[in-house]
Structure formats: structure tokens, C-alpha cells
Design a protein around this ligand. Sequence first.
Ligand code: 13P
Length: 245
Amino acid sequence: MRRKLAAGNWKMNGTNAALAELDRLQEAAGGAAEILICPPATLIAPAGTRAGRIAIGGQDCHAAASGAHTGDISAPMLREAGATYVILGHSERRADHGETDAQVAAKTRAAWDAGLTAIICVGETLADREAGQTIDVIRTQLAGSLPDGGTGANTVIAYEPVWAIGTGKIPTTDQIAEVHGFLREALTARLDQQTADAIRLLYGGSVKASNAAEIFAVDDVDGALVGGASLTAGDFGPIVAALNG
Ligand code: 13P
């Protein structure tokens, strides 16, 4: 019932030459899983024109539609450039730019108003996990970052343990199952069952071709949010294939 989603977050990587990876990825785009690439903002418009069946997304947006916010980009601007998704509250934004849950919620509302699907990121640090605080941290982040009005069409939740991002370390499948099970439960408690069941839950953090199938077999994992291994079609294609089963 939930369409699988293979999402690539290129972060601050890629100039025009990287767009050739979209052409190479087209072959992988014929399966059941949806493919999304979130390139840097400078590449959204050109990516949109050659994306074919691949969806394009932004990596952040401002909560306002326009105004005196030097260096920022708004949700309607992303939408006009060809994006249909936007990643919000990534741990790198939370750490580098001090984004709070309340700001992520405001950005999410702006994304929805512009017709974008928000991919809201949550995840614990290693210190949180070692202190036994993982579920509490995620409960707080989800409650504060997801505004009222979430649906399967406008919201995706990505669980990205901070300590697994770019490190080659991944949680055990039991640890992923625990968090994803909790997320589904928390969404169900907040929304009606049908709406909660329609929201896709992605795992992110050191996903590679070699571990993707094992991660995708975990209950309530509806896909992945991939950083480093999404930069080339050679690395991302097999991850998409694993999701297609
Ligand atoms: P890596 O796949 O490089 O660990 O990054 C994960 C991530 O942060 C995706 O948003």
C-alpha cells in the first residue's frame, strides 16, 4: 500500500557534470519503487528538465514564502524550479544551523503550502543512544517537527541516527525495527490509523548496496535516505534494485 521510496541526498556535492548520473539512473527507474534525488539547489532546475521518471527534491527551505532572508530559498521557489519533495530537519541542518523542532515544523507547513512533500528527519546522537534516550529523543523530535495535518501524500519520516551518517556504522536490524515500530505507533496515536499507515518511513545512515537488502527487510522500513552512495548511478542503482526486491 505504501510505495517504496529510494531517496538520494546529494548534500553539498555536484555541479552540472553530476547531472549525467540522472541519465544513468533512468534504467533503474522502471521498477515499483519511486526514485528521488535531492541535489544542491543550483541543480534543481536543470535536474528537473532531465529527470524523466526520477523525482527531484530540495534539501531545505525557509518557513516564509519570500522576504529579507539572504541566502535562503523558499518552498514555492523549490516547487517552481521542479522539486516535488524537500528534506527538512536533517541532522546536518540541526547541527550546522541550529535548527529547532519548531523551525522544522514551520518549514514543513511552508512546504505543504507550496505543494511539496516534506521528508522530516529525526535521529539520536551516539550520546543519546548510550544514555538509553533514543526513543525519548525521537518522540520529542517527531512531536515537535511534524505539524498537524500530515498525510501519506505530504509527509515522509526519515530515521537517521546521527552516529550512522557517513561513518559506515549502521544500527542492528533490531534497533532499526524498534525505532520504526515506535514511529508508526506514534503516528497512529496522533493521526487516524489509515493516515498513519500511509506515511512512509525511511531509514538513513551508511546505506550501501551491500547492506540495503537486509535493511529493507525490516518491518516498517519503506525505503532509504541515502547520502554518499546516492552520488553515482553505479552505487545508487543497486540500492534501488534491492528496494524493488
Ligand atoms: P550517508 O548515506 O552518506 O551515511 O548519509 C546519510 C544521510 O545523511 C542522508 O540524508
